[in-house]
Design a binder for this molecule. Structure first.
Ligand SMILES: *Cc1c(COP(=O)(O)O)cnc(C)c1O
Length: 379
């Protein structure tokens, strides 16, 4: 096989990163706290329409500190979208709370407003109290239907945490994804929209919440000349060197977004009119996905081929693809968690595949992927 490998989504350095890392080294800011963390946070905050943003060690840490500040604790129930990556749900368990999974809506693939209402009503009946929080995910960068979901959350007075780990640059109704809940989560892991080699951020809605997040993330150390602690703290701060990488990445974010959207357009043009394939696409003008990954479903009425067979056919041509997320209510680790499902996410898992879309995937690479997919379906 001499075809060059096409990866699903790999990070890409824009050039500014080395300069900022060199600055950090020159000034000996290798310690966790330093000026680049502040500058990175300012850049993120400007991007987040002025909301205060706290840079953390990972997106998972951000979910943990967000839920903690929403008062989630032992014995509470927290509603979480089932169709997601396990990091959306794990912090619920860190806090000794019980996840309750809710299935997705067919068009958008994110939390179903209809099932959210059913789940809330049923949990109140079963436990005598309201779920403590709702974790809504903008999966693959597609915004959830906030108009409907936030109405229900407000009606029952349950706070929302928005897991926008995959959705940096996505918008809903013209507003920044990450801004819809009481807290919003972004990830800078290696395969996300931008990277700090590993890191995340919590988007807050007040300076008090941001200050509290920073306090919890730095070992809950009280402002005293000696080490003084009144609360349990965490070591969740982003390092200054990682933030230096993030600063460089912010300079190429717009170019990345444009590229991901361009790749989606190419797939859209290639697959439109093909009965066997449907490409995940913004359902109407309120939704503006960053198209972090480009995802297809195989239609069983038009093809008997399975996504797993397609994944292997692509791999044989040195093209990496990945099955869609396996829903949390199907995971052995969450087997005992209550779940409100209607088969949607199971169907997505069964029929879907993520195609390569990162900054290294150019027009020629898309052509190769498309050709391999169409050949496989035609054979
Ligand atoms: C990546 C991801 C996270 C976790 O982010 P990390 O920075 O890897 O900890 C959480 N939720 C979703 C949906 C993700 O894709």
């Amino acid at each position: 096989m001499n075809e060059e490998k096409i990866l699903l989504c790999l990070c890409h350095m824009g050039g500014g990163e080395q300069k900022y890392i060199a600055e950090a080294f020159a000034d000996n800011w290798i310690v966790p706290l330093g000026p680049h963390v502040t500058r990175f946070e300012e850049a993120l905050s400007a991007y987040a329409e002025g909301l205060p943003v706290v840079a953390l060690a990972s997106g998972t840490a951000a979910i943990h500190l967000g839920l903690l500040q929403l008062g989630v604790g032992i014995g509470d129930e927290v509603i979480c979208q089932s169709f997601t990556f396990s990091a959306s749900a794990n912090p619920i368990a860190y806090l000794g709370a019980q996840p309750v999974f809710v299935d997705s809506e067919k068009k958008i693939w994110n939390m179903s407003p209809r099932l959210l209402r059913i789940a809330i009503e049923d949990r109140i009946k079963a436990t005598g109290k309201r779920p403590k929080a709702i974790v809504i995910v903008d999966l693959y960068g597609m915004p959830a239907d906030y108009q409907e979901l936030l109405k229900i959350a407000a009606e029952y007075e349950i706070p929302v945490l928005e897991d926008a780990a995959e959705a940096l640059g996505s918008k809903y109704d013209g507003k920044f994804c990450g801004s819809f809940g009481q807290y919003g989560v972004i990830s800078f892991n290696g395969n996300k929209m931008i990277t700090t080699s590993g890191g995340g951020a919590l988007v807050c809605h007040s300076q008090e919440a941001a200050k509290r997040t920073l306090f919890l993330a730095t070992q809950a150390r009280e402002n005293e000349p000696f080490y003084h602690h009144k609360e349990i703290g965490y070591n969740y701060r982003l390092s200054n060197v990682s933030a230096a990488i993030g600063l460089g990445q912010m300079e190429i974010l717009e170019a990345h977004l444009a590229h991901h959207r361009h790749v989606h357009e190419l797939y859209d043009a290639a697959f439109s009119g093909n009965e066997a394939i449907s490409l995940q696409t913004n359902p109407d003008s309120r939704f503006d996905s960053n198209y972090w990954l480009c995802n297809i479903l195989l239609n069983p009425e038009a093809t008997h081929k399975k996504p797993e067979e397609l994944r292997q056919a692509l791999a044989a041509h040195n093209i990496e693809s990945r099955r869609l997320w396996k829903p949390m209510h199907m995971q052995p680790v969450f087997a005992k968690a209550p779940a409100y499902t209607d088969g949607t996410s199971e169907l997505l898992f069964e029929r879907g595949l993520c195609l390569p879309a990162g900054p290294w995937v150019g027009d020629r690479e898309v052509e190769r992927v498309v050709e391999t997919v169409l050949t496989f379906l035609g054979s």
